[in-house]
Design a protein around this ligand. Structure first.
Ligand SMILES: NC(=O)c1ccc[n+]([C@@H]2O[C@H](COP(=O)([O-])OP(=O)(O)OC[C@H]3O[C@@H](n4cnc5c(N)ncnc54)[C@H](OP(=O)(O)O)[C@@H]3O)[C@@H](O)[C@H]2O)c1
Length: 304
């Protein structure tokens, strides 16, 4: 599929040849989504300082072919969902917005995250996210964390299952959970997607990726284009930079191309506050890595 950016007529056609991926039974989205978390204040707290710029960026993303946006009630909190609504409502029919509940900001300066699993709280989170996004149902709703200890994990999943039954949630996802939690949740209700930290250098979610792929669930790596978040940052660059030079691409594009070509189950959600980077990220779908290049990047971590 080739889509022309309606915002910038000089932009070259974007080759969306990485295709589509299906969430649950019938939500079809393009393989590269958009992570909206960057469009908040410093340290994901408060409003994004350049509101008009953020609105322009979100509209440019949709115009350029983005059909999946990842947000959460705790981004801001709330400001990110409201920004998405203000920029994009009424939403295009093919746009899927995923949001999450279960984290609250804590600490003396609100810089830390605590997990809350109280089923009443989770139900309230989902309803208030739907109100902020101005939707009568949420296409994909993630439990943001598997670490809450104030309620049994099964009860947290049960709360989301109940909301799905009522029609408020169309598909259920799990964020930052263990493989054991993923399996336990699947024995309660269908899990359409999981999301976890998974980068070229640090593959925290590796086991989850494989469990998701085996179960037919989507795996959405977060921090998907981050290059140097581990102790092996130098090694990552030493492998990726020559590959980027060979493809006349940037190292970030190579990281994204690897995410796409390493597993057909992935739905990366790169975040950016830059229209130039947005276009580069979408264009990464058309970078054809060789099998040797994919293998060289995969070998950067013992977890694949
Ligand atoms: N479930 C969870 O617990 C969880 C946790 C973290 C994140 N997330 C989700 O994952 C999404 C992505 O994560 P992230 O935004 O933290 O990390 P990321 O997408 O890996 O990286 C974003 C960073 O890379 C830069 N960047 C983006 N495109 C670039 C390009 N083409 N070239 C060079 N630099 C580029 C951005 O800066 P510029 O703004 O300058 O482009 C930004 O600093 C978030 O937006 C959020 O939706 C989920």
């Amino acid at each position: 599929m080739v889509i022309r950016d309606k915002v910038d007529p000089d932009m070259p056609d974007i080759d969306m040849s990485a295709g589509t991926i299906t969430i649950g039974d019938n939500l079809v989205v393009d393989r590269v989504g958009f992570g909206a978390m960057q469009l908040t204040g410093n340290q994901v707290w408060g409003e994004y300082p350049d509101r008009d710029g953020a609105v322009t960026l979100l509209r440019a993303a949709v115009d350029a072919g983005v059909t999946f946006i990842d947000t959460a009630d705790v981004y801001g909190p709330h400001t990110n969902e409201i920004l998405i609504r203000d920029a994009l409502y009424p939403y295009p029919d093919n746009l899927v917005i995923a949001t999450k509940g279960g984290f609250v900001r804590g600490g003396f300066d609100y810089s830390t995250l605590d997990s809350v699993g109280n089923p009443n709280y989770l139900r309230q989170c989902a309803h208030t996210s739907a109100r902020r996004l101005n939707v009568d149902h949420i296409d994909l709703y993630y439990l943001h964390s598997g670490r809450a200890t104030d309620a049994p994990f099964e009860d947290q999943v049960g709360a989301l299952a109940g909301l799905r039954e009522q029609g408020l949630i169309r598909n259920i996802g799990l964020s930052n959970v263990t493989v054991e939690q993923f399996r336990a949740a699947r024995s309660i209700v269908e899990i359409a997607a999981v999301t976890a930290h998974y980068t070229v250098g640090v593959r925290t979610g590796a086991d989850l990726l494989h469990a998701a792929a085996e179960a037919g669930a989507v795996f959405s790596p977060w921090h998907p284009i981050t290059l140097t978040d581990g102790h092996n940052g130098g090694e990552v660059l030493a492998v990726i930079e020559p590959i980027a030079a060979r493809h006349h691409a940037t190292p970030h594009q190579i990281a994204l191309a690897w995410q796409l070509q390493h597993s057909p189950a992935t739905l990366p959600i790169p975040g950016t506050s830059s229209i130039t980077h947005l276009k580069e990220n979408l264009a990464a779908q058309a970078v054809p890595l060789t099998a040797e290049e994919v293998a060289a990047i995969t070998a950067l971590s013992t977890a694949d």
